[in-house]
Design a protein around this ligand. Sequence first.
Ligand code: ATP
Length: 793
Amino acid sequence: MSKIHVKPKSKWKNVKFESNFQSNDNFRDLICFQELTDYEIVSNKSPKKRKSTDKENGDTSNIRKKQKLENTKSLEKVASGDEGKKKKKKRNKNKKKASGILGKTDVPTDSSKKKKKSSDTSSQSTETDHKDEHDEISDDVWRKAWTKLYIPDPVMRALHENKFYHPTPIQALAIPHAIRDRMDIVGAAQTGSGKTLGFGIPVIHNILRFKEKNQENEDGSELDDLEMDQPDEDMIISDLEDHEEEESDENEDDEEEDIEEEEEEVNEIERGSEEDEEEDSTKIGCVKVIDDADFSSLGFPSPKLSTGDKFPLALILEPTRELAIQVKNHLVAAAKYCDIKIATVVGGMSIEKQKRVLKKNPEILVATPGRLWELIEQEYEYLSNVKLVQNLVIDEADRMIEKGHFEELTKLLNYIYKKEDTSVRRQSFVFSATLTMVHSGPQRHILKKTKLTEEKKLELLMKRIKLRGKPKVIDLTKKTGTVETLTEARINCTLDEKDVYLYYFLLQHPGRTLVFANSKDCIRRMISVLTLLKTNPLPLHADMHQRQRLKNLDRFTANPRGLLIASDVAARGLDIPDVQHVIHYQVPGTVENYVHRSGRTARAMKEGLSVMLVGPDDVKNYRKIIHNLNKSEDLPLFPIDQKILPSVKKRVSLTRQIDTASYRFQKKKRENEWFEKAAKEMDMEFDEDLLLNDLGDSSEQAQHKQYVKHLKAELDILLRQSIVPKTFSGKYITRTGKLLLPEQPGTKTDAISKVKTDKPMQDKMNKAIQKKALKMATVKHKTFKKKKKSKRK
Ligand SMILES: Nc1ncnc2c1ncn2[C@@H]1O[C@H](COP(=O)(O)OP(=O)(O)OP(=O)(O)O)[C@@H](O)[C@H]1O
């Protein structure tokens, strides 16, 4: 294949591809795909060491073929890891230096592995040989997939250990722009698509670089060449011109940017001249070549300041405590082979303990805004310089600008962006699965007055979170909002029937299940009912002690048949492995909440099921969600085996009797106790007969206790009986002589395939109903016309 120097006459244009495109093995090395349709060929060069490279790049040969100018009129620019392999010896030398920058790693290279293998062969069995061969293949694939993303070697090692063999699409697109181009990133991708590492890896990379540079500075050694990939010489001419064009376009865009007046209600923060500094470094194509001496352009504070003062280099803001802890753990795993300390600062836990952790000067701080602000207000030393933070991540950003977080976030951001600290060029990351979701319905959102477009929503969001400059916006979300591997269904029922259907589902489809409710009262009642029904539910809501919240999450995670009843505090971000089902006991008020709640299942390309229990009160929200998710039809009905429903109903109704009886009694008792205590504290005398709830005399109370005990005993008997009625009889089709009986409860029934197999039947039925309705309407219309005609006569 010959090398061609081209001079572009038009702009490189992005070629759109679906986010799941990269899951296709043939295209997994692809990061971006651009085409150039008008160009002039400057020169043709023969390849020097091309053969072996092409062989290595076999799986991307299809894409490369497209680059042959002889065959096609257009030219595609493919930023793939294979570029790295094409580059010259000089670059390899740079790379060696770079791995020095990032610390030595034990990740074996392909060749070292091969050597090891050949020396060991005599002592290995054939089976082991096969295993090694397999490992080597995945090792090769893994390296190819990640190396082009500029991942630090120690992180590569951790990724391999975690068996993260390919970057997810959001990672593949966000990481190079963040690391290579040092751009601010606004990332929107479906739930469970790996956004955490999308910002986590660049943050770790930045800190490693900072520490390395700092070390060199302290040692007085010269600043090394940066490890950034040098541009492929083949591309330089075209890229240079292309980029010049891009920059002028950007400037034009900037001038056009005119943010509307209504945004002025947000406190303006004073900003310095960072924006001007942003384009300091020279860009060649999409690769920035940064002047060695220009330390600050990398976003690092001045070395003088960094050696003495301690402050977090990265701040990651999360809306909930559980999420902050999870993200911290995720990053700890990714930074396992890096010398980086990561800490959490979250509410509900000992502030003193957190201060002790901060004394160790963690480089990364994962925090919820409330507790962080509390510590800043206390003028806690380590946080007094938080304004110098180099990497700022606002995860679940659309949630962070909603009521309840926005006020604290604004205070924090105002503090961080103080004018006097503008010497620092900060890199910001803004992520969420619903960042670009726009809809016409009323929103709880703080931006509710505006009729939003996707662009407008992003613009306002960026303004609110005070994002400077022009970030790289990567939006991989679909119009349908939810992830492809999610199966959705609904159960139409009355309010009273919700417990019945929920219990039915849990019996028939065991598996890790997360149930969402809209209020704490509802969670309390469900916990009581489901505990009596021996389904071992665990609650999770904001009013619980933090320790208990975390304990329940752990217990839920550990039990493959775990049942968690949660408020929306668990709706966002939580990455609990293998949640099979999400049930919306009450339909959420916003489409965003529906997407996030449902996103607790079907993560990382796994399948999952979301079922909404739609009662009369939920219909409005249900309709809104369907509309805002651009669904053309209703969700399918979840198939219910009507034959076993009566026994389920019997159990549930008895349980509710017990719950009501004991709850009412306990409630009255608690109120009395509270009143007596309060009166005592105030030295008040009161008339017990008039003011306290009547609990009855001691014999009545004993009677009540007995009644509840009796009900519980009755329930115990019911729970031991089979759910399939004994008197049951029915006609069953036999297939190849085998009698197919109804499913027994407890037998593992795959709820997802049930929905999927039932859907065509439902569609058929719906069509038949519609056809019948149409027929009837036509008949009615004809009779009406006839009658009218005869009347006239
Ligand atoms: N490259 C990868 N290969 C395989 N698994 C990955 C990869 N990156 C992340 N994961 C796993 O995918 C899961 C989801 O990742 P993550 O929690 O970052 O998703 P998310 O996009 O932030 O989801 P949400 O929007 O719900 O917060 C995690 O279990 C994570 O460990």
